[in-house]
Write a protein that binds this ligand. Structure first.
Ligand code: SF4
Ligand code: SF4
Length: 431
């Protein structure tokens, strides 16, 4: 059968080579699109708030217009679980395609190797070989991507404009500056020394992924019936970044990059024959239908459930929160024949826009209580907190009472409430 297909595919001498379809340009485009997305995400700031940023001072995560606070841990947990399930699902269906096509470490390594070749260096067993002056030039050039990657990582914690302005003016917080220099040094060492070793030896994610491969997972494969056509040129082995010989069958180190497939197609195109290496679902080519198995379906259901729960919980949560506490040093005091009780109020704006709030204070009977302090047009930044001190006035001799605090938005719609139970002036209790 192999011989038959060989005869059918061999063209007469002098026939123009048919250009093979290569995956390399697609893979590189996808890698750079992913890299550009990672670099640009912190710069996209609708309403002045980054699309994705971890804000350390307020312990909150800005995520596509939503502000998730540390108090909303269940949302963060849901987000982490949903993201983890998505990665496992992709691995189950497409194998280690993340490693080969999107991982920033792979992109950085590809960039480091490309720069080394531009500097007239060879890469042998992950080592740069060539004239000393070329080696020095390559090491100096590696500092540039190292600086960019380190800055990019910090932009996910500090707005890029603020970071760059601080860096240029020399006013960056010393802790941030040291972190920036340490990350730059780590990335530089990665580019200069580690490169593919990270994927082969250290990356725990690669090992987790490998154990999640299914008999129907998309994989690169040289079918038994194609082996007689192999001309043993070794192109597929030389081009493999993981040092795999695909002719020996599937190996878990394979990152599905498709370089061996391209190499073989290019070699065989010179003989006007198709390549020998294919993407197949499972090493025994079970077809995409084999993915409809219990393992994949269960994970798909889990994935849909987690993302639905996350979407619902994020959209249905209150737009603001209100916390009330009795001021510890001055619960209730008699001032000018009135009983004054001091409260501390925290307002958290969970929306991605600046808001103006109003506070209303009611007794348990629903009567509006007299309050001293700032209760109108309380401005709170997007995702921000505002702390206030309020004095609630009650008749002298009031021993136990309930105060209900209502937070109203600018349209006087109630967005949050909190109650304070004051049992007595000496033993207050807050709810
Ligand atoms: S075997 Fe092929 S697809 Fe797998 S890592 Fe090597 S070159 Fe990439
Ligand atoms: S590139 Fe193709 S023809 Fe060359 S050794 Fe590999 S499988 Fe055989």
């Amino acid at each position: 059968m192999a011989a038959c297909s060989h005869r059918q595919l061999t063209m007469p001498t002098g026939h123009k080579h048919k250009r093979p379809l290569l995956l390399g340009p697609w893979r590189r485009t996808f890698q750079w699109l992913t890299t550009l997305t990672i670099i640009l995400l912190p710069w996209i700031q609708p309403g002045g708030v980054s699309l994705v940023r971890i804000d350390i001072p307020s312990l909150s995560l800005h995520l596509f217009g939503q502000v998730l606070r540390i108090q909303e841990l269940y949302l963060l947990l849901l987000f982490i679980l949903a993201t983890g399930a998505a990665f496992l699902f992709i691995t189950l269906v497409f194998g280690r395609v993340w490693c080969g096509w999107a991982c920033p470490q792979t992109t950085l390594t590809d960039l480091a190797e490309w720069l080394a070749r531009r500097c007239k260096l060879n890469i042998l067993a992950n080592r740069l070989q060539g004239a000393l002056v070329h080696q020095i030039v390559a090491q100096v050039i590696y500092l540039l991507p190292a600086l960019l990657v380190a800055a990019n990582l910090l932009w996910y914690f500090i707005e890029p404009q603020r970071f760059l302005a601080g860096l240029v003016s020399g006013t960056l917080h010393p802790g941030v500056l040291i972190t920036f220099l340490v990350i730059t040094a780590i990335i530089y060492l990665d580019l200069a020394l580690i490169r593919r070793l990270m994927c082969r030896e250290f990356c725990p994610y690669g090992r987790i992924q490998s154990s999640f491969v299914d008999p129907a997972t998309l994989t690169l494969h040289l079918p038994e019936e194609e082996k007689p056509r192999c001309i043993r040129c070794n192109s597929c082995v030389r081009t493999c970044p993981m040092g795999i010989d695909i002719r020996n069958g599937y190996q878990i180190e394979c990152i599905n990059c498709g370089r061996c497939l391209d190499a073989c197609r290019q070699i065989m195109a010179k003989k006007n024959e198709p390549g020998l290496i294919y993407y197949t679902f499972g090493v025994d080519n079970r077809g995409a239908g084999a993915l409809l198995n219990l393992r994949v379906l269960l994970l798909a259901v889990l994935l849909i459930t987690l993302f639905s729960a996350l979407t619902y919980a994020t959209l249905a949560r209150p737009r603001a929160s209100l916390k009330v506490s009795l001021a510890p040093t001055a619960a209730s005091t008699i001032v000018a024949e009135q009983q004054a009780t001091l409260f501390t109020i925290w307002i958290n704006n969970r929306s991605n826009e600046q808001q103006k709030y109003h506070l209303r204070t009611l007794s348990s009977a629903g009567a509006i209580l007299e309050v001293r302090g700032h209760t109108e047009d309380i401005s709170v930044a997007a995702g921000g907190n505002q702390q206030l001190r309020l004095i609630v006035i009650t008749p002298v001799g009031t021993q136990a009472f309930v105060v209900e605090f209502q937070l109203l938005d600018n349209n006087l719609q109630q967005v949050a409430t909190a109650q304070a139970h004051v049992r007595s002036t000496s033993n207050p209790q807050i709810k």
